[in-house]
Write a protein that binds this ligand. Structure first.
Ligand code: DGL
Length: 253
């Protein structure tokens, strides 16, 4: 599994819960964080380098636990490694459009996730004609990476970004960046009437389904190891604060 930082740990945590016998190797690309504002070609290059590294470690399935990297590279990864099952992240427009009573949903994501064709296709295919507003969560992934999930400045930023859409009638917010899963409590607190759609658990379940279908489940024991491209000790400390405790960590580029 990989992400630019701590965001994908929400998916790692869900997968550890759903499949405790599996070993999750988590690559945090901290040297290249944040992915959101980078050109797609650059993110794609990192995704390929990381996929190679995970396959060297004998990964049997790769979860691209990052919406930005999924938008930039998921199709290309599948094409380049046809024997490897990939599970990617796509903003949960489908469940949001199904649940929204006002028919107005907001997708909160990075600029990279909105660029390119993947997001457009999802809205077209699953939007059910609902109004889908895009809000770039500028600064939010950085706040989460710094551990400031509940800081007054983060709270203020969440309010500033979402209030205009809520005022216009949006009743559902899609967390379109894995980092934002850790902001769900603050979003619910600031906007109690808003429905928050987080696909971390659905993605973990999808990974488990694929393993089961391929008869590739591990007999255990499961665990979690972390590779970080910069400051693995700092990353481990951040993961632990989020309640995700790795057994092994190392640094690599
Ligand atoms: N966690 C990543 C995502 O899901 C992006 C955060 C970043 O900008 O690196 O999009």
């Amino acid at each position: 599994m990989f992400d630019s930082g701590v965001g994908g740990l929400a998916v790692a945590r869900a997968l550890r819960q759903a499949a405790p016998d599996e070993h999750v190797l988590y690559f945090a690309d901290t040297a290249w964080f944040p992915y959101g504002p980078r050109p797609a070609a650059e993110v794609r290059k990192r995704a390929f380098a990381i996929a190679h590294r995970l396959l060297e470690e004998e990964a049997k399935l790769i979860v691209v636990a990052c919406n930005t990297a999924s938008a930039a590279a998921l199709a290309e990864l599948r094409q380049a490694f046809p024997a490897v099952p990939f599970v990617g992240m796509v903003p949960g427009v489908k469940p949001a459009a199904a649940r929204s009573r006002s028919r107005h949903v907001v997708v909160l994501a990075t600029e990279g996730t909105f660029d390119g064709g993947l997001f457009e296709r999802v809205v077209e295919e699953f939007g059910r004609g609902a109004l889908v507003s895009r809000v770039v969560g500028r600064g939010l992934a950085e706040a989460v990476e710094r551990g400031e999930y509940e800081a007054p400045s983060t709270r203020a930023r969440v309010r500033e970004l979402l209030a205009p859409e809520v005022t216009r009638g949006a009743d559902t917010v899609v967390l379109g960046c894995t980092h934002y899963a850790f902001l769900a409590p603050v979003i619910r607190d600031e906007f109690p009437s808003i429905e928050v759609v987080d696909t971390s658990e659905a993605v973990a379940r999808r990974a488990l389904d694929l393993l089961q279908a391929a008869d590739a489940c591990s007999p255990g024991p499961g665990g979690l190891s972390i590779i970080a491209s910069l400051d693995p000790e700092g990353f481990r400390a951040r993961a632990s604060r989020l309640g995700v405790i790795p057994q092994r960590e190392e640094a690599t580029r």
